[in-house]
Design a protein around this ligand. Structure first.
Ligand code: PMP
Length: 325
């Protein structure tokens, strides 16, 4: 029998997909880990599950407790699903600038959604810091704290990394991923480097994020902006500290869009914007390394979450962007 044990038992063990058009274009094997096939629809299900299990094991979260997080996207969705499946309550602190669709999705999953004014990270009332304070003032509640909680990258060290190693029989030359919290890139890079230190681990970064300049020069410099969601950062999170990083590649929105539309039209995959950054950077790394190499990246979430944005030509035009086909 091969039966998964509920939502929690269905997280992870995603397929590794050969991206045909990009592999042909580069003469490399460009492989995408299909994280959009997780039961909550994104790579963040793994971190959400590990964060909750870690709090349970430490005795911090008891039956009927509440999981609190400051998040606008996929982590909130993953947490809300797992809270339902495990009998916890879920409280999401969200900047009020976020789309109505996201708030509606979280409310539909049963989370309590508290919109707060959008203020920068240095402000004590920033939504991330606020979520930590609210959790500390509640009984039987935990703060998921995905950016600095190392259970996040441990999820990828213990699951994503080993799965990639097994699925490729250890034949990996490059690992590329964009970072929000950095959990996915970091945990997977730490595992793969332990298996083979020659695997090139490369951060993919959108414009408007400071990681690219940090990896290149040791200084965080932020220029430009991006329509991609869930990735990019202006600080080095605890999850990104001490992580073996060989290089960084910056991908702009027009290249990310070209990739997203090629994935759709030539490979039959409807993906979100961060996947465009990831696959765009995997192609750039393949071109640097030359034909015959195997590069693995992440297919983070489905394009269905961005119908009104990157798959809406009027919205793209309002951002000064267009697609050829
Ligand atoms: N892509 C999307 C769509 C995301 O929501 C996230 C997480 N915010 C990421 C990529 C990056 O994942 P991580 O937090 O593990 O760096």
């Amino acid at each position: 029998m091969d039966i998964k044990d509920g939502f929690v038992g269905t997280v992870g063990n995603t397929p590794l997909i050969r991206l045909k058009s990009f592999s042909e274009e580069t003469g490399c094997e460009i492989l995408g880990k299909a994280e959009f096939l997780n039961p909550g629809g994104s790579v963040k299900d793994r971190a959400a599950l590990y964060i909750i299990q870690d709090a349970e094991e430490k005795g911090l979260l008891k039956p009927g407790g509440t999981v609190v997080e400051g998040t606008a996207g996929n982590t909130g969705i993953g947490l809300a699903h797992i809270c339902n499946a495990k009998g916890y309550k879920c409280l999401i602190i969200i900047p009020e600038t976020q789309s109505q669709e996201k708030m509606d999705a979280l409310r539909a999953l049963g989370a309590e959604v508290r919109p707060v004014p959008a203020v920068p990270y240095r402000d004590p009332n920033n939504y991330v810091k606020l979520s930590g304070r609210i959790a500390s003032e509640m009984e039987n509640a935990i703060w998921a704290n995905q950016f600095d909680n190392l259970a996040n990258r441990r999820a990828h060290y213990e699951t994503t990394g080993p799965e990639i190693w097994k699925q490729t029989d250890g034949k990996v030359d490059g690992w590329v991923a964009s970072t929000g919290t950095g959990g996915t890139f970091a945990g997977t890079a730490m595992y793969l480097k332990e298996k083979n230190p020659n695997i090139k681990c490369v951060v993919a970064d959108p414009m408007g994020s400071g990681l690219y300049s940090y990896v290149k020069t040791g200084e965080i410099k932020i220029e430009g902006n991006s329509i991609t969601e869930g990735i990019g950062n202006s600080r080095i999170t605890a999850n990104m500290e001490g992580v073996p990083t060989d290089d960084a590649i910056q991908i702009d929105d027009s290249e990310a869009l070209r990739v997203v539309y090629q994935l759709l039209q030539k490979d039959g995959l409807l993906m979100g914007g961060s996947t465009g950054i990831n696959v765009g950077a995997a192609v750039a790394l393949a071109k640097q390394m030359g034909p015959g190499h195997t590069i693995v990246t992440i297919l983070c979430d489905s394009g269905a979450r961005y119908q009104s944005r990157i798959f809406n030509r009027e919205w793209l035009a309002s951002k000064g962007l267009s697609v050829d086909a």
